[in-house]
Write a protein that binds this ligand. Structure first.
Ligand code: GDP
Ligand code: MG
Length: 162
């Protein structure tokens, strides 16, 4: 089965940066795939032997932490299409009320959720980890989307070997 990863998170946590990283080698738009709309940004990625589809959810509101603004219709649709939900948080900012609300929403989907702690290049990993565990989503994956660190471990976790 094709792994479809939806990148979900508050504005500025680094979703688009991770999207670009994960799809760098094959950033062809796949808007023609049946069942997918053009409203969201899709990209094909490959790491080692593993192929996956990534959805960048760019439509979240910038203005507030309110749950309604965070969960735009576009994001909800991406969450429905996905096989795996990647909740991204900013390791430097720590866990916010908005992150907690998102964690609840994602959990309610009944799909595998992976907590991705980004910008680990800017903060002490142990501090970021301790905060992240509070979200109750299991082992947080520590990454730096700008540096590309931690991505292999992340893909190892969500995309099975062919
Ligand atoms: P989005 O709103 O979630 O899509 O976030 P973006 O990908 O647009 O990133 C928001 C800002 O965070 C940009 O200035 C990025 O360069 C920066 N950023 C993203 N990932 C990292 C990272 O791993 N480390 C650092 N230091 N900055 C990052
Ligand atoms: Mg973005």
């Amino acid at each position: 089965m094709q792994a479809i990863l939806a990148l979900v998170g508050r504005p500025n946590v680094g979703k688009s940066t991770l999207f670009n990283r994960l799809t760098r080698s094959r950033d062809a738009l796949v808007a023609n795939l049946p069942g997918l709309t053009r409203d969201r940004k899709y990209g094909l990625g490959r790491l080692g032997e593993r192929d996956y589809l990534v959805i960048d959810t760019g439509g979240l509101g910038e203005e507030t932490d309110a749950i309604d603004a965070l969960m735009g219709e576009q994001t909800r649709a991406a969450m429905r299409e996905a096989t795996h939900l990647l909740l991204m948080i900013d390791g430097r900012a720590g866990v916010t009320a908005g992150d907690e609300a998102l964690a609840e929403e994602l959990r309610a989907m009944g799909k595998p959720v992976v907590l991705v702690v980004n910008k680990i290049d800017t903060t002490a990993p142990t501090a970021a980890l301790a905060e992240a565990y509070r979200l109750g989503l299991g082992e947080p994956m520590l990454i730096s989307a700008t540096r590309g660190s931690g991505l292999e471990a992340l893909i190892d976790l969500v995309v099975p070997m062919p």
